[in-house]
Design a protein around this ligand. Structure first.
Ligand code: HEM
Length: 302
């Protein structure tokens, strides 16, 4: 029996069940994970536990979770392929909607943060580049969120829907740029880890589109490249912030000292190689993929 558009919409947005209506543990777990930070932030806000300037903390926390979920959304397709875990696709929409919700709340918090001074809000958004790119990112996420239901996929047709949803990569770049420009003011090592992860995911996307496959050695190479790019970006960031007093080279070499083992570049490398290793192990225990002799199954598009 053909489902109505309303039923398709309801089923595709149901947080605990799959399309057949049965309980889906992965979806339920991810739902709890995406909602928990919001509940925690809201609870701290409404109980007066967000410090002396709660709106500022609210702004930063919602922005950070928005960006984290954008990166996780971009990671779903590569993870699904490398780990040969098709079910991951069932949570991509939920994480994408979470990314949009946190980012939209972040934008909305900016209004009371600016004391509802609409004239100033308008001029700041237009004149400050980091706000302009952030606003474009939120606006670009809106059509993606609206068309995220199965009914909309059906209405637009698979190919058009996929073309539209490729904008999520542009959203990732714009949102990252917004944060990167802010990092100049407030150093946060996580920003560099997120930027390095974005480099890794974008390169994965480009290479996969080019070759239609991603053998294990390529994944290792990609991880090393993204880690090196993170280290260079991180060193350049410090050199620029020291107004030329310290050389980027000194910062770059600090990665190879005992104190530098937790630097963002190493974290990006650990993430990339960790996923590669997990995929390699998965390939060993999956005879079908082992026969193919490659890590990446190149399953359905997405
Ligand atoms: C997808 C869109 C966006 C994402 C992912 C995002 C993300 C972030 C992140 C990660 C931070 C830094 C948080 C921290 O320092 O811990 C931040 C700060 C901030 N964002 Fe956004 N943002 C977005 C859009 C916007 C928009 C549209 C506006 C306003 C028009 C905005 C205004 C701000 C402001 C004012 C800050 C704090 C600046 C400061 O610390 O002085 N953001 N954002």
């Amino acid at each position: 029996m053909a489902l109505t558009a309303a039923e398709l919409r309801r089923r595709s947005l149901a947080p605990f069940t799959d399309k057949a209506g049965t309980f889906a543990p992965l979806k339920a777990a991810v739902f709890v994970l995406v909602v928990a930070p919001g509940v925690w932030i809201a609870w701290r806000y409404f109980t007066g536990n967000l410090g002396g300037f709660p709106l500022k903390v609210l702004l930063n926390e919602t922005g950070l979770w928005g960006l984290r979920f954008i990166i996780v959304t971009l990671a779903i397709t590569p993870l699904r392929r490398v780990l040969q875990w098709p079910k991951l696709i069932t949570v991509r929409r939920m994480i994408g909607i979470a990314a949009f919700t946190y980012s939209a709340v972040h934008l909305w918090v900016y209004v009371p943060y600016m004391a509802y001074d609409w004239g100033r809000i308008g001029s700041e958004v237009v004149l400050r580049f980091y706000l302009l790119v952030g606003t474009i990112a939120v606006l670009a996420m809106l059509p993606l969120a609206v068309t995220s239901t199965d009914a909309m996929v059906k209405r637009l047709g698979g190919a058009r829907w996929r073309r539209l949803h490729q904008f999520v990569y542009a959203v990732g770049v714009l949102a990252m740029l917004h944060f990167y420009l802010l990092l100049i003011k407030t150093y946060d090592p996580e920003g560099h880890v997120l930027a390095g992860s974005l480099v890794l995911l974008l390169l994965y996307r480009v290479l996969y589109a080019w070759r239609g496959t991603m053998p294990t050695p390529w994944l290792i190479g990609l991880s090393i490249f993204a880690a090196a790019a993170t280290m260079i970006g991180h060193a350049a960031f410090f050199a620029i912030n020291s107004n030329g007093r310290l050389s980027a080279w000194a910062f770059l070499s600090s990665n190879f000292t005992l104190d530098g083992w937790m630097n963002p570049g190493w974290i990006v490398l650990a993430l990339g190689l960790g996923v590669t290793l997990a995929g390699w192990i998965r390939q060993r225990v999956s005879p079908k993929e082992r026969r193919r002799g490659r890590l990446d199954a190149g399953a359905a598009a997405g």
